[in-house]
Design a protein around this ligand. Structure first.
Ligand code: NAD
Length: 298
């Protein structure tokens, strides 16, 4: 019998790719999102996940698993609207967990973030790193992880939190992170604004690789956190150089002020993910080339 998978946020950048993969592997996918989806293969039901009554009206009782991607995702914006971010990211997660309990869902996978950890200086982030988020966004994701831990411990739902680094890939035209900002700047003939000195280091992981990690967690019934990234970090200046190699053009830059709440550096240890079969396959230059092609076509 065809199994029903709920993907929240499947109208968004990463959720749309998870939903498409799920359909191709035989799931029926119910997409719970505020926005419409362009994918006709999904059963998209418009809702705000923070509204428990409306959510209960559209949540499918036959769901076997939930991949929870819907969120307010901007780290910097979360500082100007912490309450709004709380409502979606925390209340929304609690609402979904409660409906999952009611209907006997067996697995629940949350899109979390390395921002739950906060400042680590040069240390590698692992699943055992202490949680000390620097922003409301990071705090809501850390709290979401705690809710998942409770629903695993109390009700036996296989709850996993995938702590993602900076995800980039095709279909990210609506996003506001460094890679899409760079692509838009290039297309518009404008310089890219770099916040601070550009020496802040990040782990950039390609979206298709990230999708693999979610299915590994789902298929293996993972419980607990999993750090997922490329396992290699680059400075923002390195990313600009990689884009120049990928595209064959200079990227003009202007320097702006550093943003508070941004982690200075992110280095992640993906040993546990690798032990479960995860392997990042798309390198930075190749990935940026694909994103450039996608932006150029759009
Ligand atoms: N993109 C990254 O680099 C990155 C890194 C770490 C974690 N994450 C997490 O991965 C998930 C997906 O990120 P993305 O980049 O695809 O984001 P996105 O903004 O493209 O997609 C999020 C989706 O959630 C929906 N949504 C937002 N608030 C909602 C609400 N109240 N009710 C219903 N739907 C709502 C939006 O309409 C959107 O379609 C998020 O949970 C994000 O926090 C992303």
């Amino acid at each position: 019998m065809t199994e029903t998978l709920v993907v929240t946020g499947a109208s968004g950048f990463i959720g749309s790719k998870i939903a498409a993969r799920a359909v191709s592997t035989g799931y029926r996918v119910v997409n719970l999102d505020k926005r419409p989806s362009s994918n006709p293969d999904l059963d998209t039901r418009a809702c705000d996940i923070s509204d428990v009554d409306k959510l209960a009206d559209v949540f499918p009782a036959e769901a076997v698993a939930v991949v929870h991607m819907a969120a307010r995702t901007s780290v910097l914006e979360s500082k100007t609207d912490p309450q709004g971010v709380f409502d979606t990211n925390m209340v929304g997660t609690q609402n979904l967990l409660e409906l999952s309990r009611r209907y006997g869902v067996r697995s629940f996978v949350l899109a979390s973030t390395n921002a739950v950890v906060g400042e680590t200086k040069d240390a590698y982030i692992t699943e055992a790193s202490a949680l000390a988020p620097l922003t409301p966004y990071g705090a809501t994701k850390a709290a979401g992880e705690m809710l998942l831990s409770a629903y695993a411990g109390s009700y036996g739902i296989a709850c996993a939190s995938i702590r993602l680094t900076n995800v980039y890939g095709t279909g990210m035209q609506q996003k506001d992170s460094i890679v899409p900002r760079m692509m838009r700047a290039l297309l518009g003939g404008q310089p890219l604004e770099i916040y601070g000195d550009g020496l802040q280091w990040r782990d950039f992981v390609y979206a298709a690789d990230v999708v693999d990690a979610f299915f590994i967690a789902l298929d293996q019934g993972l419980v607990g956190p999993l750090v997922v990234g490329a396992g290699q970090s680059f400075s923002v200046r390195d990313v600009v150089s990689a884009a120049e190699r990928a595209i064959g053009r200079e990227v003009p830059v202007v320097w702006g002020p550093a943003r508070s709440g941004e982690m200075r550096g992110v280095r992640v240890d993906i040993t546990r993910a690798r032990a479960m079969g995860f392997e990042p396959r798309v390198g930075l230059v190749e990935g940026l080339g694909r994103v450039w092609d996608d932006f150029s076509r759009a």
